[in-house]
Design a protein around this ligand. Structure first.
Ligand SMILES: Cc1cc2nc3c(=O)[nH]c(=O)nc-3n(C[C@H](O)[C@H](O)[C@H](O)COP(=O)(O)OP(=O)(O)OC[C@H]3O[C@@H](n4cnc5c(N)ncnc54)[C@H](O)[C@@H]3O)c2cc1C
Length: 290
């Protein structure tokens, strides 16, 4: 690995200013579980690593009934998955965080790194998309809010500019009576990236002919994680078996998978259909109760 200087700013302003000054020579560093792999492989060779983990507040997880949940960007995925408030009221996010790598990886890996690495297969992102998450970003001396569904511009790419630092993720409470699933397919059961990830959130919605509202997001089957709005519209009308089949097909149409070393595009498409169908059925069972 090429030699680098390790920088540990004490404040967001300091970190941001350093990044602006050293732009393409410096790289923000949180848990390092994505970055160190790239550095060791020689894919990136930053001159400065800017460790932001211990900037005050960046690891905090807090909740209030109005603002909802706020997760500091440097909170580890184990902290997210084991947080009592997240498990109780944002269970989908805990479920998704828990599928990332191994316990050891999740002890280092942060939610901010998972988002900012912008991998199409990042497991927390489909969950955050159906939860309508907001990204809070510090840059140019101020905080700005960016809806997560406008945050990603392509594989490994985001709207963040030089000096921009993701500081937290904010999530409002999901609708009352909701149920959820995050279904992830990897090559092996443990510690593998998603070939396909499907997040399904369902809730009672009196105004819809079906009586339910659904939000569905797909990971690893397009340049960025995406919502599947056509499928959601089908389920607003009906949730009988035929409608569920149609919704699964609509999700397949929305996905734009590629073939790579992990799986072919055809297999990924088929799995989008299978996992979407299963996710909707399991969520409906939970919504209807025993
Ligand atoms: C063995 C192994 C298994 C894995 N399995 C999975 C898996 O199953 N699912 C999955 O989704 N991922 C997986 N990963 C990838 C990785 O662990 C996650 O993406 C992790 O959440 C990255 O977080 P980090 O803090 O380590 O990020 P880092 O490596 O520190 O940073 C990643 C990128 O984000 C940028 N960044 C970090 N924080 C910020 C911030 N606050 N603001 C702006 N930019 C920032 C960095 O500059 C860098 O470009 C795995 C990795 C390994 C090594």
């Amino acid at each position: 690995m090429k030699k680098f200087d390790y920088v540990k700013p004490k404040t967001l302003a300091e970190a941001s200013a350093f990044m602006v000054e050293h732009d393409d020579k410096a790289r923000l560093y949180a848990g390092g579980t994505d970055m160190l792999i790239l550095m060791r492989g020689g894919f990136i060779a930053p001159q400065y690593i800017v460790d932001i983990k211990e900037i005050p507040g960046l690891q905090d997880i807090s909740f209030d009934e109005t603002a909802g949940l706020t997760i500091g960007a440097a909170a580890t995925l184990n902290a997210v998955a084991s947080s009592p408030i997240i498990r109780q009221r944002f269970g989908l996010l805990a479920e998704a965080a828990e599928t990332v790598g191994s316990y050891q990886v999740r002890n280092r890996a942060t939610i901010g790194g998972n988002i900012c690495n912008a991998s199409p297969s990042a497991d927390t992102v489909p969950a955050l998309l159906v939860l309508g998450a907001m990204a809070w970003v510090f840059g140019s001396g101020e905080q700005k809010a960016i809806p997560l569904d406008t945050f990603f511009t392509g594989p490994g790419e985001t709207v963040l500019g030089p000096g921009d630092i993701l500081t937290s993720i904010q999530v409002s409470l999901p609708p009352a009576g909701h149920a959820y699933r995050y279904l992830k397919l990897g090559r092996v059961r443990a510690a593998d990236l998603a070939l396909v990830g499907v997040a399904v959130l369902g809730f009672p919605q009196a105004g819809n002919p079906s009586g339910y509202g659904f939000r569905i997001a797909l990971g690893a089957v397009a340049p960025t994680a995406i919502r599947a709005p056509e499928a959601e519209v089908v389920l607003a009308e009906s949730v009988d078996d035929e409608a569920i089949g149609k919704a699964a097909l609509a999700a397949v149409r929305t996905a734009k998978p590629i073939s790579d070393v992990r799986a072919s595009a055809e297999y990924r498409s088929a799995m989008v259909g299978a996992l979407t169908r299963r996710g909707i059925k399991e969520v409906l069972e939970d919504l209807r109760g025993p």
